[in-house]
Design a protein around this ligand. Sequence first.
Ligand SMILES: Cc1ncc(COP(=O)(O)O)c(C=O)c1O
Length: 348
Amino acid sequence: MSVAFRNNIARMEGYQPGEQPQDGGYIKLNTNENPYPPSPMVRRAVMSELKDTLRLYPDPDATRLRRQAALTYGFDLSQTIAGSGSDDLLAMIARAFIGEKDALCCPVPTYSLYETLVRIQGGRILGIPYPDDYTLPARIFRSRANVTMVASPNSPSGTEVPLPVLSRLADSVPGLLVVDEAYADFAQESALSLARERKNVIVLRTMSKSFSLAGLRIGLGFAHTRIIRGLNKVKDSYNMNRLSIAAGEAALRDIGWMERNAGRIKMTRERLVRALPGVGFSPFPSQANFVLAKRAGGKSAAPVYEALKKRKILVRYFDTPRLSGCLRITVGTDAEIDALLSALGKLR
Ligand SMILES: Cc1ncc(COP(=O)(O)O)c(C=O)c1O
């Protein structure tokens, strides 16, 4: 990965290159990580993998992990692919489906990596603005792009596209529909059924958020066998390492652990949403582990972002015309959210 590309990613993630506080006393509410630890079964699986077999290459097909994922989510093994984070799967989709001058259509604002990947391929991005209420824009149904990509729940808005709308979109688009479900475990609905039923839908999941495994880089994709076969042609041979294969399998076997943590995060999210108007911010309805909130009075949120940073609280600020009045706040522990709310109260 080039330095420029890495720096671009770092900026997207909400910190300047070289400024990536691991903890250092910071309350880190800027990159949608999970505040709770992963399942103890993950630790056990990783420890048992730390032996002399580390000298051997990992299984290029990540079969253990994919078999467990297929079982957990109701797919065949041949309909399942694993990636080094869902970023890796997004890169595979771009490599496999976007050639020079091909178009990828997505509602915007959304996850900015989509545009970066399309540009690397020499393709075109057709960004269709979300209306203020973040319902899916009607124009996307008329797009002729060969790939249409929708994050649901979306980042940074946190809003979800209802399943019947995604189903209609799958019928309307001429090519592949990618539903990026990085935050689906915090939401009400999922499009996994579309990946089972339709030949042109791929649903992506990540273990970075709900499973608390951002540091291990595990993503999953579910689609018709033909799509998976296409992605395998452009996949790096050993894209998953031994530790992430073992960890992902263990985390899926102990899915109840993730569900309990997601439940706690959803409770804290509702508390945050209720409290934000009292400290001068209107929240957008969120189905994710973060909340986008708009500062009252049409003022820029930049000074608030800076003031929070001085108090060692990191949230995400986007310096764009559409989002400069907003902050995206990751839902941390109750104590972290209390600290944030108290700081926001003092800054009013
Ligand atoms: C919408 C969306 N998709 C994908 C990802 C990437 O997740 P991963 O850590 O699995 O690469 C993110 C990360 O923030 C995201 O917000």
